[in-house]
Design a protein. Structure first.
Length: 337
């Protein structure tokens, strides 16, 4: 049995007056269903030989709500799916697991309307793979129909923008990728030193990308700390911007609050890449009070210092990430009695 389907599943939600009591009912014949009785090699090799069905949506979409009608032939109800492992992929080769979903047994009645099963919550994908893990006791597996809502992908959602602030031969390297744009798109890279005044530093011209993921790079030779963003223009003139990202060429940016402090304070460190951040808090004699290493999980990383039993005076918070470092003087105040 062929398990690969090239389809586009699109659901538009509209209000329709309908006098039928069961507008989504499904018939009870197995001819209008997908059934597999023989296992075969799964496109996702970690699944091995299994019962599976793969959908090629043709383009990358954001998937939303799922409605499934299980196998509704009264003589085939035990062959209906019970647990399904769901994987998704942008290219049909590299798979990510969405999870395992369970489904109710069909009723075998002509008024059976299926179930609102779950939502994909906007995951972006082109290929959808359903691997049947368990059924209701039959020798084969199958279901009658599946309906998946989709949402269009906006221009900014098609672009993944990264910034490498480590200098490479004196340059700052910008990298971004475009996923599955079936239209012509142009990129303009903009730089700002204050987030108010932006100048265009590079223009790609029109680019046509279809059914793939394509990466782009640009190196800026500015020696100053700067913000960068990408302006995206599609073929009908619609424009959007990526979020601005900051790149420090010399020092890590550190802020602390409150400063001066009594016993507690928090520190924010702007990470420039994925390298570990090594930090320490010391007194004016260089004696370490607290230190540690954190793995950046976002652009701004937080460290809290609570109930510090310190004498009033000056202290120094120091952070290092790769070749960059930053230092901040902290002032411990006298407690007011």
């Amino acid at each position: 049995m062929k398990h690969i389907f090239s389809i586009i599943i699109i659901v538009f939600t509209i209000n329709i007056a309908n006098s039928q009591c069961y507008p989504d009912r499904h018939n009870t014949t197995w001819f209008d269903a997908w059934i597999s009785c023989t296992k075969s090699q799964n496109p996702n090799t970690v699944r091995g030989e299994s019962h599976w069905i793969m959908y090629d949506l043709g383009y990358i979409y954001k998937l939303e709500d799922v409605h499934l009608w299980n196998l509704n032939d009264p003589n085939q109800l035990d062959n209906g799916v019970k647990d399904i492992i769901i994987d998704y992929s942008l290219d049909g080769n590299t798979w990510s697991e969405f999870g395992i979903k369970s489904f109710d047994k069909a009723t075998g009645r002509s008024i059976y309307e299926g179930d609102d099963a779950f939502s994909f919550n906007g995951i972006k994908t082109r290929y959808l793979l359903l691997t049947i893990q368990d059924n209701w006791g039959g020798e084969c597996v199958g279901f009658s129909e599946i309906k998946i809502g989709v949402s269009p992908i906006t221009a900014t959602e098609m672009v993944n923008f990264d910034l490498d602030c480590n200098e490479k031969n004196g340059f700052t390297e910008l990298e971004w990728s475009l996923t599955n744009d079936s239209k012509t798109v142009a990129f303009e890279i903009e730089r700002s030193y204050d987030q108010n005044n932006w100048i265009k530093i590079h223009d790609t011209g029109n680019i046509a990308v279809k059914n793939t993921i394509k990466k782009y790079r640009y190196q800026d030779n500015s020696k100053k700390d700067a913000y960068y963003r990408i302006k995206i223009t599609d073929d009908i003139g619609k424009q959007a911007y990526t979020d601005a990202k900051f790149c420090s060429k010399s020092n890590i940016i550190i802020t602390a609050y409150p400063n001066p402090f009594l016993n507690d304070f928090k520190v924010d460190i702007v990470a420039q890449n994925d390298d570990p951040i090594i930090y320490s808090l010391s007194d004016i004699y260089g004696r370490i009070i607290s230190n540690g290493i954190i793995k950046p999980d976002s652009r701004i990383n937080n460290i809290s210092f609570d109930r510090l039993d310190l004498k009033p005076g000056n202290y120094f918070f120091i952070a290092r990430q790769g070749s960059k470092s930053g230092q901040l003087k902290m002032i411990k105040m006298n407690a007011i009695r």
